[in-house]
Design a protein around this ligand. Structure first.
Ligand code: SAM
Length: 212
């Protein structure tokens, strides 16, 4: 038990050293049991700052990536947030822990079902949908924030139009080897774009993404 707390504390310190200064984000990373979102065989790596494999050849993102995207999205209690790429459910748990109302779409049924039972077991109220997330989740739109956790060849039009009037969309855009994080902020005068560093995500596959 003490060991686990020590590992969590070390991870939070590593993230702080890498530039994560939002205390709420660091606390969410500390509070959420990442070991539950991965297989038992990998549990000893749960608090390393690395992406790890999950089922169906997908990944749970690196804690730094999760923390960085969450920090730049400036998640506030009550924000209505759409996540594309539920995966293990870990990023959705972080957003929910920060007080956001979370909607998350996953295209792989097994991952959707696993995340549904785990998030319910941990007590997170997240709305999940099995679908092609490149089309968004129009019934609940508009969203304050949209976070895409898979790498896209371009910006899916359906997502941009589901933002509210000051909404923000964060999405990795590039080829399948490497992507740059792109933040799109809506305003009365149109959309503002800001690029961040390079990251590597699994591909966003769908009608408005890479083809399967
Ligand atoms: N956010 C996840 C987590 O916390 O574990 C990590 C996501 S993983 C890096 C990317 C996920 O995006 C995969 O589970 C993949 O199946 C999913 N994905 C890819 N294309 C998608 C699409 N069009 N719609 C929904 N999910 C998609």
């Amino acid at each position: 038990m003490l060991l686990l707390e020590e590992e969590k504390r070390k991870l939070a310190e590593t993230l702080w050293e890498k530039g994560i200064r939002d205390e709420r984000v660091l606390k969410a990373i500390y509070d959420i049991p990442r070991e539950k979102f991965i297989s038992t065989a990998l549990r000893r790596f749960a608090y390393d700052d690395n992406a790890l494999p999950i089922e169906c050849a997908q990944t749970i993102s690196q804690p730094f990536t999760v923390a960085f995207m969450t920090q730049i999205l400036d998640v506030q209690p009550g924000d209505k947030i759409l996540e594309i790429g539920t995966g293990s459910g870990y990023q959705a748990a972080i957003l929910s822990n920060l007080g956001a109302e979370v909607f998350s779409v996953e295209r792989i049924e097994k991952l959707h079902e696993n995340a549904k039972s785990l998030l319910a077991e941990l007590g997170y109220k997240v709305s999940l949908k099995l679908d092609d997330g490149t089309l968004g989740w129009v019934e609940n739109s508009p969203y304050d924030k949209i976070i895409v956790t898979a790498g896209a060849p371009d910006i899916p039009h359906h997502l941009v139009v589901q933002l509210n009037e000051n909404g923000k969309l964060i999405i990795p855009v590039g080829d399948q080897e490497s992507q740059r994080l792109l933040m799109i902020t809506a305003s009365r005068n149109g959309f503002e774009k800001k690029f961040y560093d390079h990251f590597k995500f699994v591909p966003l596959i769908g009608e408005d993404g890479w083809k399967a």
